[in-house]
Design a protein around this ligand. Structure first.
Ligand code: F6P
Length: 342
């Protein structure tokens, strides 16, 4: 019988985490569970750093960005002895189950811990929207909304100065963020990691746009790859992912455009601005629903599952399935945006 659960948030923060924590805690109270907030993701479990979560901690956080629990990119499978520490701390803290809110890395750890007999439930969180088995994850809507606003600001200044503007957005190895920002802000070209960059085709299109309106906007995903540019600036995070922001793809693209078209081109990198701020209504509702469902799954003893949004239903799917492959942009979405490159 579950008496006490621990909640943690791992990986990059994103708007929607606080509504999800709130949903999970408030629902867990219906089941009379005691709830511990584990600080800073898996790091808190390795270090036994946790505090009780009460109604006063969560009742008014639905509109708050970030995560009240803190987060980190700690991978407890990386350093010898850390898993043992996690197991010991689970015992010390008296936790019967863990609700892990995170992306592929955090949930990958939850999946592996499940195989070691630890009862885990996953809640999908990522602004990249790249988790399989869920149609959307909270964080995505807010970060795209923020980036659309930034893109529109760039369009104003670009039009005034007769410049081409390049906006580099996050999204890691999936192009969802760039694609949605491109569609939402009526960009003239979009570059995503799933498609090889065609420099000549891009420049041809931008020339047409520039000749017509004396400005143009390009959205480039941080993970997009220029052919034959063999990764100079490569640095890895604790899960072995390249820190893409450091590659400076936006700047490279802006330089190429300026050189080829002889048009003054400026670049802006939105970076972590995309990840902060109050969650949109969509992310508040989605976060709330998946948080509540996570507590329901604990009560039902359905461990090793991740909560997911499929259509408009909140369902559960095996964690293994959710972390087995990334959800990248399929051709139908790529074809959709081509309609607007004229
Ligand atoms: O996975 C979310 C994300 O924002 C990615 O889009 C980005 O590549 C990465 O995190 C940045 O990580 P950090 O906050 O560690 O710099």
């Amino acid at each position: 019988m579950v008496k006490r659960i621990g909640i943690l948030t791992g990986g990059g923060d994103c708007p929607g985490l606080n509504p999800a924590i709130r949903g999970c805690v408030m629902r867990a109270m219906d089941y009379k569970f005691e709830i511990m907030g584990i600080r800073e993701g898996w790091k808190g479990l390795v270090e036994g750093d946790a505090e009780p979560l009460k109604i006063g901690d969560v009742e008014d956080i639905v509109n708050k960005g970030g995560t009240i629990l803190g987060t980190s990119r700690t991978n407890p499978f990386r350093k010898e002895g850390d898993i043992k520490k996690c197991q010991e701390n689970i015992k010390k803290l008296g936790l019967d189950a863990i609700v892990a809110m995170g992306g592929e890395d955090t949930l990958g750890v939850a999946n592996k811990l499940g195989k070691k007999g630890i009862s885990c439930i996953g809640v999908p969180k990522t602004m990249d929207n790249d988790l399989s088995a869920t149609d959307y994850s909270f964080g995505f809507d807010t970060s795209v909304t923020v980036a659309v606003d930034a893109a529109e600001r760039l369009k104003d200044t670009g039009a005034s100065h007769r410049r081409i503007m390049v906006l580099e957005v996050m999204g890691r190895h999936a192009g969802w963020v760039a694609l949605f920002v491109g569609l939402g802000a009526a960009a003239d070209w979009v570059l995503i990691p799933e498609k090889e960059i065609e420099i000549d085709k891009m420049c041809e299109q931008l020339k047409k746009d520039y000749d017509r309106k004396k400005t143009a906007l390009v959205i480039v995903s941080e993970g997009a790859k220029i052919p034959n540019m063999n990764g100079a600036k490569e640095e890895l995070d604790p899960f072995g992912h390249m820190i893409l922001k450091k590659r400076g793809i936006g700047e490279d693209i802006a330089n190429i455009i300026e050189e080829k078209l002889k048009v003054e081109t400026r670049v802006a990198v939105i970076g972590h601005i995309q990840r902060g701020g109050s969650p949109t209504l969509f992310d508040r509702i989605l976060g709330t629903r998946v948080g509540v469902k996570a507590a329901d799954l604990v009560a039902e003893g359905k461990f090793g599952q991740m909560v997911a949004l499929q259509g408009n239903q909140i369902v559960s799917v095996p964690l293994e399935e959710a972390v087995s492959k990334l959800k990248t942009v399929p051709d139908e979405w790529w074809d959709l945006i081509q309609v607007f490159f004229k």
